[in-house]
Design a binder for this molecule. Structure first.
Ligand SMILES: Cc1cc2nc3c(=O)[nH]c(=O)nc-3n(C[C@H](O)[C@H](O)[C@H](O)COP(=O)(O)OP(=O)(O)OC[C@H]3O[C@@H](n4cnc5c(N)ncnc54)[C@H](O)[C@@H]3O)c2cc1C
Length: 453
């Protein structure tokens, strides 16, 4: 331990950021992530300010046999950003962004959130597909695929990724892209957390200053009718229309259960009005906030529903068909939700995101279709069991409607066995690449792809 303490002092001496041990004052807040149910205690937290800090942290962990975890935005409900006892590489101080309006490219460091990214790009009238909740990190979201309001016209976040600077397990810094280490670049686009620490992302951005979007709320009694309208609208949607169907609760704390359609249209007002009309008149309208807004605003519409520190437990899966008894089962189970913060959400993938071949990136889900997220969310630790039970029972009740496939970024901590199905036909290539780039599985505190198996 004495040797280790002097080694830590040596690490600190050259570090631009902070090296926190449990005795240091900011340690307690630094170890917490978005999901308040994650309560792990890293042996060390390296709050990196530069790529050189990340190299030193990766090297230190390797030389001292410490488990590594990597924190980008810290938003993932599975909480894989935090290790118990090991070394947590925290990129949250790395918030630099550079927008080149001339080439329509945006470079951003690994600790940037989508709120910061959207704000920086928006002043140039530009935007890139990113998270629909603005507090999410660009890193974890992009490295797993990255779905968002712009995916119909621009594809996923990874479809706009031009290059990534990554620190690999041997402590080397590489900038990978279509022409530089293309295999590693392929793996970073969907399975990136397994292959290194991404310190800098270079994205393509597109003109998209404003959108037409908002929320339309209906009573829960209308849920089945609204779902039928939503399904038909999405199956026939243009690339410019995206929408969520959400069973949720009124934000006033009354516990009133609602069905809400959240929409975002990227076209002009007249086209948006026409395409959004069915979704805004699918039942008895209790509230309708749809209108023109700056693009960053549509990415903040849902923020209040996901406060930092609330406890989360999620299940998700792609829906085989939105028909049969899916709607009554969903609504029936939703009525029994023990928390007024929980919800069930359907999102639809179509357009540019689905015109990319399945094997073109490590992220494989390129078929048009619906994805379901059962988002259990509550505040009190004593309610953990009831809420987790509810999420599992709803997921079980809908199992016959869901395939094996799932989006890795929505998997929870007890879904590690679903990782293989999350990568579908790309799994074998990923295992081979993992063997090449991380043979000792240094980056395993994630939804892991073990090398050579
Ligand atoms: C409320 C909410 C809304 C969401 N909305 C969306 C959405 O609209 N679209 C969507 O696609 N997803 C969405 N997600 C899922 C989101 O993509 C994942 O939670 C994602 O992992 C978050 O990234 P992060 O950097 O904040 O997470 P973290 O918890 O920091 O990291 C997640 C994983 O990525 C790894 N990682 C993080 N940073 C790096 C890095 N720089 N280099 C290497 N590995 C790294 C971590 O080790 C961990 O395994 C949402 C999640 C929540 C909780």
């Amino acid at each position: 331990m004495t040797a280790l303490l002097s080694d830590i002092d040596q690490l600190r001496a050259g570090f631009s950021g902070d090296v926190l041990s449990p005795a240091d004052e900011p340690y307690e807040s630094a170890r917490m992530v978005h999901n308040g149910a994650i309560d792990r205690r890293p042996g060390l937290i390296t709050r990196c300010r530069s790529t050189a800090d990340v190299v030193d942290a990766v090297t230190f962990a390797r030389e001292h046999g410490m488990e590594v975890s990597v924190r980008g935005g810290g938003h993932n409900v599975a909480g894989r950003a935090v290790t118990d006892g090991g070394l947590m590489i925290d990129l949250s101080p790395m918030r630099g962004i550079h927008v080149d309006a001339r080439t329509r490219t945006v470079g951003a460091q690994g600790g940037v959130t989508w709120r910061e990214y959207n704000r920086a790009a928006h002043v140039h009238g530009l935007a890139t597909t990113g998270g629909t909740v603005s507090t999410t990190g660009i890193a974890g979201l992009t490295l797993g695929g990255g779905v968002g309001w712009l995916m119909g016209t621009q594809g996923l976040a990874i479809d706009n990724l031009l290059s990534v600077e990554v620190v690999t397990a041997d402590g080397t810094v590489r900038t990978v892209g279509e022409h530089d280490e293309p295999d590693l670049f392929w793996a970073m686009r969907g399975a990136g957390a397994n292959f290194g620490v991404a310190t800098w992302f270079e994205y393509r951005a597109h003109p998209q200053a404003t959108v037409v979007g908002g929320l339309t709320a209906y009573p829960l009694e209308d849920a089945e009718d609204v779902l039928a309208v939503y399904r038909d609208a999405m199956v026939n949607a243009s690339d410019e229309l995206s929408a969520f169907y959400v069973l949720t609760h009124a934000p006033d704390g009354s516990g009133t259960k609602l069905v809400v359609v959240v929409t975002c249209h990227l076209g002009d007002q007249a086209t948006a009005d026409r395409e959004l009309a069915p979704l805004r008149s699918a039942g008895t309208v209790l509230m309708d906030t749809v209108g023109p807004m700056p693009y960053p605003a549509v990415n903040m519409l849902l923020d209040d529903g996901f406060p930092r520190g609330a406890r989360n437990y999620w299940k998700s899966g792609f829906v085989e068909a939105v028909d049969g008894d899916l709607a009554p089962r969903m609504v029936d189970a939703f009525r029994r939700s023990p928390s007024i913060m929980s919800g069930v959400l359907l999102e639809h993938y179509h357009g540019a995101a689905t015109r990319v071949p399945t094997t073109a990136t490590a992220y494989p889900h390129r078929e048009p279709g619906f994805n379901m997220v059962i988002a259990g969310e509550w505040l009190a630790p004593e309610d953990d069991d009831a809420n987790r039970r509810w999420v599992r029972s709803l997921f079980g009740a809908l199992a016959s409607h869901l395939g094996d496939a799932s989006y890795v970024n929505y998997l929870d901590a007890d879904d590690l066995q679903r990782t293989r199905a999350a990568y579908g036909p790309n799994w074998d290539r990923l295992v081979e690449l993992k063997q090449r780039w991380d043979p000792d599985n240094a980056f395993h505190h994630n939804h892991n792809i073990a090398p050579g198996r």
